[in-house]
Design a protein. Structure first.
Length: 277
């Protein structure tokens, strides 16, 4: 029995050493797993934080796209009320809309990149998806407002163009005078002048008949042209009723020019009859 005791003790020592080694290995493995789990958890937390930061940045960028604020001068009500939009203002409005649209497009790109990153990193959270969906809805609303503003500006620009054409036409009509130049014989034979007044055929005065053949007259826009040149004339007489203070007859080369001094007064009489001798 005494001989077997050392052997038993030796075996026990070997067993204890084996168990100790096994326990040490298990402890190391557990420690490694804990470290790995801690690292994974930290990485997941970092990815989550990055996603939150990205969402916050996109929200901030969308918040700056306030389409309806007075600072942009592009509110739907303001556009409806503004009826004196000039072509330059229309271009400026479209430029501002283009800037807003560019901001929205960049926000859409950031959202798409965010979703791609979330899929790659495996971050899945209902809260994050809800925030992303909110960003998408905000983008849709901004796009709808920009589309409405674009339509309104287009409409106003069309109205402005029509109004400008109308104003231009009316201005030209108001400023246009029709003139005819001819000798006494030419003007009477064409019916532009008639002899009126006098007694027994004596002392009659030549005056415009008032019934004109419009094809005999030449138009002149007094808004842009202030001179009527009468070539090869030694003497000129204006027989229509334009105020004498509204024009002047001056020598010019081999003829005479009628210079309009007061266009407003001059064009009160639409037909200008000039007789030469």
């Amino acid at each position: 029995m005494r001989r077997a005791l050392p052997i038993i003790l030796a075996v026990l020592v070997v067993v204890l050493l084996g168990v100790t080694v096994l326990l040490v290995r298990q402890v190391h493995m557990t420690t490694d797993r804990v470290a790995i789990l801690s690292t994974s958890e930290q990485e997941a937390q970092n990815r989550y934080s990055e996603a939150i930061n990205s969402i916050a940045e996109i929200q901030d960028s969308l918040s700056t796209i306030e389409v309806g604020t007075p600072g942009t001068q592009l509110t739907p009500r303001g556009l409806r009320d503004e009826r004196r939009l000039t072509p330059e203002q229309g271009r400026e409005a479209m430029d501002r809309i283009a800037v807003l649209k560019g901001s929205v497009d960049r926000a859409k790109q950031h959202i798409a990149q965010l979703e791609t990153n979330l899929k790659k990193t495996g971050v899945r959270a209902a809260g994050l998806q809800k925030l992303v969906n909110g960003l998408k809805q905000s983008v849709v609303e901004k796009e709808q407002l920009i589309a409405e503003l674009t339509t309104q500006v287009d409409s106003l620009q069309t109205q402005v163009a029509v109004n400008l054409d109308t104003i231009r036409t009316q201005r030209q009509e108001l400023g246009t005078v029709y003139y005819v130049i001819g000798t006494k014989r030419e003007l009477t034979q064409s019916g532009v002048l008639v002899a009126k007044g006098g007694v027994l055929g004596m002392g009659k005065t030549l005056k415009p008949s008032g019934t004109f053949n419009e094809s005999l007259f030449t138009p002149i826009d007094t808004n842009d042209q202030a001179v009527v040149f009468i070539p090869s004339a030694k003497k000129v007489q204006v027989l229509s009723a334009q105020p004498t203070s509204s024009y002047a007859l001056l020598p010019s080369g081999d003829g005479i020019e009628l210079r309009i001094l007061d266009p407003h007064e001059f064009r009160m009489v639409k037909h200008l009859v000039i007789m030469t001798t």
